[in-house]
Ligand binder design. Structure first.
Ligand code: UDX
Length: 431
């Protein structure tokens, strides 16, 4: 099928590459000319495992092209996906101006029936607004349908998530559009769930909020474990073995970050409020998440006494492992707080250093070429991102480079007994 995708960010680019991989002809549209040129020259602006190979392969096969012209995309495809950013506003609500602009632009160049699909995460009832906008700005009064098809991919495993999804959600109020959407997803051999437009939009916010709730739940339990001498991992294993609960997303740590959870949870609270419901449960999820990093900082302060003039080694800057994304990264927020209190920080991340560098203006902050360099002369090391690479570091040699081997593991990545054997004073979360 002929498809176009407006917006070549994380979601748009990965979606475009995967659609091309299953045989569709895909035009990726982006209004950033320099990004389009970069993509046309074979340079991929984001790091995502497997993405570069996938894009190169499908560009070479002639199934994937890039353009800055929305008209070119809309006129040469049967279905137009919208995958533009929906950033948060100051008050936690969603800025839908990019979606609205694309809706107007699509409307202006619509000459025959098209299915217009929203892939960006949006509050419930946005699809109705998109349909109204297209109807208003589409002077030729061409027929069209609006569909909600939320994306559930995780950064770091986006290609794999998209190629083998748990489910595909298609929210539409038109049979014709559902038929077209089914045809697009037929090659993925995945479970397809057809709903009305509003329910599909709600599923995305509801699912992300539930996952964040799981994380905050285990993080709250980690505080109880610390106070009672229980082990949060054992508790999570015991709970997770119940198939109704499941073990996934029960890893205690310094809290969730990233470009999705923080913004989606506050957006869901906000839209619920607008709809007349005070979602106190989700407000508490946010509160626990913020409190978790405070608890972690308190633990560090209690051990080091003061941050001023302390040399802190920071392992991890990305918001989670396997990504270069530093948006709403708890690691960065922790670093900024410690710098504010006078600490000096030497940091290392396998992939996120380029993206993190502009966020640090302080002279007290330096990037290192390796984990070993981070340990050199450090008063303590903080592990803030769950990179598997950090498991295989030579922790014995790291200890010998430090002033005194103190390690705060904010992701429960390492084995406490092993770390004690290396001579560390080792602190983790809830165990
Ligand atoms: C998330 C959703 O998983 C995905 O379905 C949606 O489309 C976008 O938002 P992503 O933001 O890429 O994906 O990251 P995810 O792997 O879900 O992790 C989010 C945050 O939660 C990270 O900061 C991670 O460190 C943290 N986390 C995750 C925990 O603290 N504990 C866990 O058990 C799992």
């Amino acid at each position: 099928m002929k498809l176009s995708i407006v917006g070549s960010g994380y979601v748009g680019l990965v979606t475009g590459a995967c659609f091309a991989e299953v045989g569709h002809s895909v035009i990726c549209v982006d209004n950033d000319q320099s990004k389009v040129k970069q993509l046309q020259a074979g340079q991929i602006p984001i790091y995502e495992p497997g993405l570069e190979e996938l894009i190169k392969k499908n560009v070479a096969a002639g199934r994937l092209t890039f353009t800055a012209s929305i008209a070119e995309g809309v006129q040469n495809s049967e279905v137009v996906f919208i995958a533009v950013p929906t950033p948060p506003r100051e008050d936690g609500s969603v800025d839908l101006s990019f979606i609205e602009k694309v809706a107007r632009e699509v409307a202006a160049v619509l000459t025959e029936y098209r299915v217009i699909v929203d892939k960006s995460t949006v509050p419930v009832k946005t699809g109705d607004k998109v349909a109204q906008t297209i109807a208003r700005y589409n002077k030729k009064k061409v027929e069209f349908d609006v569909v909600s098809n939320p994306e559930f991919l995780r950064e770091g495993s986006a290609v794999a998530d998209l190629m083998k999804p748990d489910r595909i959600v298609i929210g539409a109020d038109s049979e014709k559009a559902v038929k077209t959407m089914r045809a697009i997803y037929e090659p993925f051999k995945a479970k397809i769930l057809v709903t009305d437009l509003n329910s599909a939009e709600l599923i995305k916010h509801a699912a992300n909020s539930f996952l964040a709730l799981k994380i905050s739940y285990i993080n709250a339990l980690s505080a109880i474990c610390e106070a009672s001498g229980a082990n949060v991992e054992m508790v999570a294993d015991g709970m997770g073995a119940d198939h109704r609960i499941g073990r996934a997303f029960l890893n205690a740590g310094i809290g969730y970050g990233g470009s999705c959870f923080p913004k989606d949870i506050s957006a869901f609270i906000k839209i619920s409020e607008e709809l007349g419901y005070d979602f106190k449960l989700l407000k508490e999820v946010e509160h626990i998440n913020a409190h978790q990093r405070e608890r972690f900082l308190k633990k560090i302060r209690e051990t080091l006494w003061v941050f001023k003039d302390k040399q802190i080694g920071l392992l991890g800057l990305a918001f989670k492992g396997n990504t270069d994304d530093v948006r709403s990264s708890v690691a960065i927020e922790l670093a900024q707080q410690m710098l504010k209190e006078g600490a000096k920080i030497k940091a290392y991340d396998p992939k996120a250093m380029d993206k993190a560098a502009p966020l640090f203006k302080s002279k007290g902050f330096t990037m290192c070429a390796s984990a070993e360099e981070v340990a050199e002369g450090a008063d303590a090391i903080i592990l803030a991102t769950e990179w598997v690479d950090f498991k295989t570091i030579d922790w014995g040699s790291m200890a010998s480079k430090m002033i005194s081997p103190i390690l705060f593991d904010g992701r429960n990545l390492l084995n406490p007994d092993k770390m004690s054997k290396f001579g560390y004073q080792y602190f983790s979360i809830g165990r």
